[in-house]
Design a protein around this ligand. Structure first.
Ligand SMILES: [Zn+2]
Ligand SMILES: [Zn+2]
Length: 377
């Protein structure tokens, strides 16, 4: 347990992954933060979404979690002596179904105001998955060839369609911008896992702060970075002027820069993540050190991919299979592993360390400029 939380009271136990668990955290200043582990829809290896509820200019909820698990959130809040109808503000860390899926239910019950990053609302009509799939670079073409050869094709589920339908109805009442201060919270834009990702920091920088990290920084697992993308003309027209360049919101380098923002908060800052706060019968209370660890993890992975590709051109599939252990390549995991390798290759292409041959294989150029890029984060 970190020194930061003076008390951690378990108000409800969950299963071994924490599903349903409800906690009351008290920090060194006597400030109380309640949290409920809201189960995901269907199986997910990331585990439940930890919804955080506390007082800040009115009762504030960060991430209601999946729509189908609203009753778990409500009953957990009741154990904390809180009513869903009293929520005044719902803050969304980013637009993924396991975070904002329950928004409509909470707002229905409470009339709360929806807060999300400035780029969240303009992106709502577009499926985040489709945005990642546009094939307009040789490496993306290689990705599709590899995916097809392995029997992968993107499919729509009823669950997915329902989510897309519901998120189109979200109305953001307050658009968050980077650096904004509101009561005890300071907001940071942290794009990379998702273009609209925000972190919210409690405290005044005296070394006793807390940061809610959403999916940007997680214990135990490394959050999935986005690949680069291109905006259609329709999208460009709906995006605020500051966010016209997709490279500012997507890709591994963008993700690493956002990780550095959290690492810069200092190692005494406690993180409250959206997943894995508890798992496998133990708590994962960590500090902003975790962000620095994740940067080192990607640094090692970049080096490994470079070595794996070697001077002779290699197929993307071989590089992917040599980068991940076998169990992370099984079934639907293969596509996630593949896109993660593509995100790394995109950075190595930009740094001039790797090139894609005409027949879509990967070749090491012999340079290692990526280290320089990482030093300058
Ligand atoms: Zn996410
Ligand atoms: Zn998530």
């Amino acid at each position: 347990m970190p020194d930061y939380f003076a008390e951690v009271d378990v108000l409800r136990n969950g299963d071994s992954a924490g599903n349903g668990m409800t906690l009351q955290l008290t920090d060194g200043h006597g400030r109380r933060i309640h949290t409920v582990a809201v189960p995901q829809e269907g199986h997910s290896h990331t585990g439940p979404t930890w919804a955080y509820i506390f007082e800040n200019q009115g009762l504030t909820l960060i991430d209601p979690g999946a729509e189908a698990s609203f009753e778990v959130l409500r009953s957990g809040m009741a154990l904390c002596g809180l009513q869903a109808s009293d929520i005044e503000r719902v803050i969304i860390t980013h637009g993924h179904a396991d975070h904002d899926g329950g928004v409509a239910r909470v707002i229905d019950q409470s009339g709360a105001e929806l807060w999300a990053h400035d780029i969240y609302q303009p992106l709502l009509p577009f499926d985040p998955r489709d945005l990642q799939m546009s094939a307009n670079s040789p490496i993306k073409e290689a990705m599709w060839e590899t995916a097809r050869a392995n029997g992968f094709s993107p499919s729509d589920s009823d669950e997915r369609n329902r989510y897309m339908e519901s998120r189109r109805s979200h109305q953001v009442g307050h658009h968050i911008i980077h650096g904004e201060q509101q009561g005890i919270l300071r907001y940071m834009h942290a794009p990379g896992h998702s273009p609209d990702e925000i972190c919210a920091v409690i405290g005044n920088g005296t070394g006793s702060d807390i940061v809610f990290t959403g999916d940007h920084v997680l214990p135990e697992i490394s959050p999935h970075p986005t690949m680069k993308t291109d905006y259609t003309r329709e999208m460009r027209q709906s995006l605020p002027v500051h966010y016209q360049d997709p490279d500012d919101s997507y890709g591994l380098l963008t993700y690493l820069r956002s990780l550095q923002r959290v690492a810069d908060l200092g190692m005494a800052v406690a993180i409250l993540p959206a997943h894995r706060l508890y798992n496998n019968h133990k708590f994962n209370f960590q500090t902003a050190q975790r962000a620095a660890d994740l940067i080192r993890f990607h640094n090692r992975r970049l080096g490994r991919i470079l070595v794996t590709a070697g001077p002779e051109p290699q197929p993307l599939e071989d590089v992917t299979r040599r980068t991940f252990e076998r169990r992370k390549l099984e079934g639907g995991n293969f596509f996630a592993a593949l896109t993660e390798v593509v995100a790394h290759v995109e950075l190595l292409e930009d740094s001039g360390d790797m090139e894609i041959t005409d027949d879509h294989r990967l070749r090491r150029t012999g340079r290692e400029n990526y280290q320089e890029l990482l030093r300058a984060l």
